[in-house]
Design a protein. Structure first.
Length: 226
């Protein structure tokens, strides 16, 4: 009975998580310049750390068309887990876009996890699927835990290879199944139309009221849009 209750609870929370993730923004860009700079610095330092763990990783990156690097992916909870992380997309060594990970999963996961994740795209077709927000990892997908020489045995599956590097917590598995991604090109920004008005003040000559003797100045104000 307890097992059934736990299963029903897990499934209920999973449905709620899935619905919440579906309603998230399609803009993967961090909202402030400070956060964007922090993410760029974290991505570069994480890549250096990954290459230090596996010096052959750069050779694998050279085989790919592009890659996505998420310095910090948070995943946690026993039985019900969700994950989220922000990252950068690189092509030919240059950052070309922003991305985020969203994941809701049900399974035995002990403790919260924080890890870095690297996706390498084998060809343009695989990358285009990611860029068009059409890529999601299969439920049984798993990642290669990054250690010395791990990239030598790594293979592309459906045009994508996934590596993870634990950064905290008890990571018993590198399960990445169910992950979905959102991509925003680096140059894409929200545009705000600003309209300015020009005010011209034309002061006419003074006029004296012959009845009261008061001198009045007639002023005309003209407003124009550029």
């Amino acid at each position: 009975m307890n097992v059934q209750r736990h299963t029903l609870l897990a499934l209920s929370v999973f449905v709620l998580l899935t619905g919440a993730l579906a309603g998230c923004s399609d803009d993967a860009r961090p909202h402030s310049e400070a956060k964007r700079n922090t993410l760029q610095d974290a991505s570069q330092s994480t890549l250096r750390e990954m290459q230090a763990k596996d010096p052959d990783l750069q050779n694998f990156l050279n085989r790919g068309y592009a890659y996505a690097l998420f310095p910090n992916v948070g995943k946690g909870g026993f039985i019900v887990g969700g994950a989220h992380g922000d990252g950068l997309i690189y092509q030919n060594g240059n950052a070309i876009g922003w991305a985020d990970i969203k994941q809701a999963s049900v399974g035995a996961q002990a403790g919260g996890q924080t890890f870095a994740e690297l996706l390498v795209f084998e060809n343009q077709a695989a990358f285009d699927k990611f860029r068009n927000n059409e890529l999601s990892l299969e439920a049984n997908a798993s990642a290669v835990a990054l250690t010395a020489g791990a990239s030598k045995g790594a293979v592309f599956r459906n045009g994508v290879a996934v590596f993870t590097m634990p950064k905290g917590g008890a990571m018993l598995e590198a399960a990445v199944g169910g992950q979905r991604f959102t991509f925003t090109p680096m140059g894409e920004q929200r545009t705000t139309e600003t309209r300015t008005e020009r005010t011209d003040i034309d002061a006419r000559t003074n006029r004296t009221d012959t009845n009261t003797g008061e001198t009045r100045t007639k002023v005309e104000v003209k407003t124009q849009n550029p």
